[in-house]
Design a protein. Structure first.
Length: 244
């Protein structure tokens, strides 16, 4: 038997990497934009200037009341995490949100349903989870469950949209893996939750849980149960992107 004809363990990942720009161009462009904006803030701006930019784009209550559109859209142009401090919990969060949520599963959503629905899932989750979290914060402030400083808290990044995508990506897994994955999507934000301010966890944990619920809710929409129609001979998303 010709040994060269045997599949090698790295053939699948290499094939997925080669197909990535063709199968998920929107996701690839977005990832490049996120990396560029991260480098700009971390290395191109002074600390004070970076705080000013991110403070203006933060989706806290004051910004949502003063300039909602720049805050909602601008906050999705950055990710709150690290790519260098691999021993920190922030790096784990970056792997989950940017790595799995955006790089992997947003690409899968784009190939399965197309660019428009991928953008709708991500941005819809980002915006809806942000606004619903703002409503929770408003109620919590009225009851004294959160300190008033929460109104100006720094809150930006892709994690709410990524969390929605992670929930939708349950469909990418075999049936036996869907329940454990759903538990993981709901559980990982709770790992670092802060319950010291009252009956609710910190508002970012609330936002991630809301985003996950939104994503799971999309699984019941008939349009998201059907694959995009492909032409004859076109390879499947599983073969091209390395996921089921």
């Amino acid at each position: 038997m010709n040994s060269q004809s045997l599949p090698r363990p790295w053939d699948g990942p290499l094939r997925a990497v080669r197909a990535y720009p063709r199968r998920a161009p929107l996701t690839l462009a977005y990832v490049c934009l996120l990396l560029a904006s991260h480098a700009w803030v971390v290395y191109g701006l002074s600390a004070d200037r970076a705080d000013t930019v991110l403070g203006y784009l933060s989706t806290n209550l004051d910004n949502l009341q003063d300039h909602p559109l720049p805050a909602l859209l601008g906050s999705a142009l950055f990710f709150d995490g690290t790519l260098t401090d691999v021993t920190s919990t922030d790096f784990i969060g970056t792997l989950i949100t940017l790595g799995l949520g955006v790089c992997c599963f947003l690409a899968w959503v784009e190939y399965r349903w197309g660019k428009r629905r991928a953008a709708a899932v991500f941005l819809g989750g980002h915006v809806a989870a942000t606004l619903l979290t703002a409503a929770v914060i408003t109620v919590a402030l009225q009851h004294g469950w959160y300190p008033t400083v929460v109104r100006q808290s720094l809150d930006y990044g892709v994690s709410y949209g990524a969390q929605t995508v992670l929930a939708v990506a349950t469909l990418a897994l075999p049936r036996w893996g869907r329940l454990p994955w759903a538990v993981f999507v709901l559980a990982w934000p709770l790992g670092g939750a802060d319950w010291t301010t009252g009956p609710l966890p910190d508002f970012t944990t609330v936002g991630h849980l809301i985003a996950a619920v939104l994503g799971f809710g999309l699984l019941g929409v008939p349009a998201f149960r059907r694959r995009r129609v492909r032409t004859a001979g076109q390879p499947s998303a599983a073969s091209d992107l390395g996921v089921r």
